[in-house]
Design a protein around this ligand. Structure first.
Ligand SMILES: C[S@@+](CC[C@H](N)C(=O)[O-])C[C@H]1O[C@@H](n2cnc3c(N)ncnc32)[C@H](O)[C@@H]1O
Length: 221
């Protein structure tokens, strides 16, 4: 409940983000443009890269003993859920979607009435899961203080970690210097990876195939 009130608080760091996504969803509906992606192609490329990291982790000894559960944090209108449902290899994976934006969650519940109970307003899993997955969740930034936004990202990941049994995976946009350009946050790649290691320990990093500036990071738990 505290979390819900914080998300609605008009001066919170998230308030501008919620307004911006509500406006995009209102203009473009449940489409990639409705969550500020350029195309379904780039949206799907991120899904493929993030899920590949989870599958790689599961292929290691003792991680593949049961179908995993994932929490899609910043699920938007539920595109990842749709992506997974169209692919047999994810048929037995457990899925829950979370988003701080109530309009996004309403859209998910309307689009997927059968999975409606799996979508919740929030920023971390309601109950423990094997993996948390963040696709584009921290890209849009509606403040002008990049260092503060980076601290926010690190805090969000640290808060989520206790709910994850196996790991967390996210994408980050990176440039040589940390910057916010057109409300998109770009991290200084080496600096944020250093901070992630300091806060969360060992990480695995890969350039996201086919996506400029995009890095995929896996954080084992
Ligand atoms: C770029 S969109 C991506 C949506 C979806 N992951 C996809 O790839 O189609 C980012 C989403 O993350 C949500 N979001 C932003 N910050 C969040 C946070 N701290 N916790 C949960 N959701 C967040 C936004 O409301 C938005 O729906």
């Amino acid at each position: 409940m505290r979390r819900r009130l914080a998300a609605f608080w008009p001066f919170s760091i998230e308030a501008g983000v919620i307004r911006a996504y509500s406006s995009a969803l209102g203009r473009h509906g449940a489409t990639p443009q409705g969550v500020f992606w350029n195309s379904a192609k780039s949206q799907n490329a991120r899904f493929a890269a993030l899920l590949a990291m989870i599958r790689a982790h599961r292929s290691q000894a003792d991680a593949a003993d049961h179908p995993p559960t994932i929490a899609d944090i910043g699920c938007g209108y539920g595109a990842l859920y749709g992506y997974m449902r169209r692919r047999a290899e994810y048929a037995d994976w457990g899925y829950s979607g979370l988003d701080i934006n109530p309009a996004m969650i309403r859209s998910c519940r309307q689009r997927f009435p059968d999975g409606a109970t799996g979508f919740e307003i929030g920023a971390r899993p309601v109950r423990p899961v094997d993996y948390a997955l963040y696709s584009g969740t921290f890209n849009l930034c509606m403040i002008d203080d990049a260092a503060r936004w980076q601290r926010y990202i690190l805090d969000q990941l640290a808060d989520c970690r206790p709910y994850c049994r196996r790991g967390m995976v996210l994408n980050l946009l990176c440039r040589r210097q940390m910057t916010i350009t057109n409300n998109i946050f770009y991290a200084d790649r080496e600096a944020i990876l250093y901070e992630l290691r300091c806060r969360l320990g060992d990480i695995h990093v890969t350039a996201t195939p086919g996506l400029k500036h995009d890095t995929t990071v896996f954080i084992p738990v």
